[in-house]
Design a protein around this ligand. Sequence first.
Ligand code: SAM
Length: 270
Amino acid sequence: MQKDVGSICSTEPNRLGFYSLFPMKLRALLALLIFSPALALFAEKSTSHPGYTFSDDHPGDATGKVYMGRFISHVMGHQGAPWLERSSREREEQPSKLVELMDIQPGDHVADIGAGSGYHVRRIAPIVGDEGQVYAVDIQPEMLAILERGLAAEGIKNVTMILGEIDDPKLPPASIDMAFMVDVYHEFSHPYEMTAALCQALKPGGRLILVEYRKEDPSIPIKPSHKMTAAQIRKEMAVHPLEHVSTDSMSLPWQHVAIFRKTAEPQAKD
Ligand SMILES: C[S@@+](CC[C@H](N)C(=O)[O-])C[C@H]1O[C@@H](n2cnc3c(N)ncnc32)[C@H](O)[C@@H]1O
């Protein structure tokens, strides 16, 4: 799919399929009756695309695309890189504390999705070390160019840069111990497809971490569509094969840190 930074996509179908009747109608009906309890259990556990809707009546900082009751925000352009690198960020957001909370180990393979200018990549690469690997994924080549300059300036060599697509981070399957997104998920124009692809890229038991500005707190000086509630984060992750590990809404001044773990089987919905 083509990159579509900041635009509102045209109507997309819910990807639920439908099944036509088989010719042996009676046999199928009999099988259905015999196996219906097992089928009911399977139906409860299976995941499916909740679909997108579109509305012209949207806040100015959001696109008109709606996912699970949430207006999707615009993507921050590469012109915002100086804000990501601002000197007040440590005081305002405590990203050093975030790195501790993410519990990254030497040798880990970690993906920073929506890495932007590489603010977090440069802090995490020394922790995973030579035995580890950081994947820095973004959809804006201009952001990756800024990121590359920062890595070169600090002599960091264990980072693989990936130009992703709006619905595909282009990561190798079952290769990642942990994928994280800082101030990114709410911008995804295709949140269902991106999260499904990230689940594919995680190793079994791998962690997915969302760091989002707390929408519950109006005093946090961020536009509303660039914030999420803890409940909305859990709701959107519940349609994927992920179990909720924890949501820490206290440790950082402005952000939730929501941690999920990839499960072998899709989770039943709450
Ligand atoms: C607000 S910036 C945050 C950058 C970085 N995480 C940070 O905290 O410094 C959001 C970034 O997400 C990127 N982004 C948006 N949608 C994306 C997608 N589908 N895949 C990868 N990156 C995406 C944008 O290009 C932008 O660089």
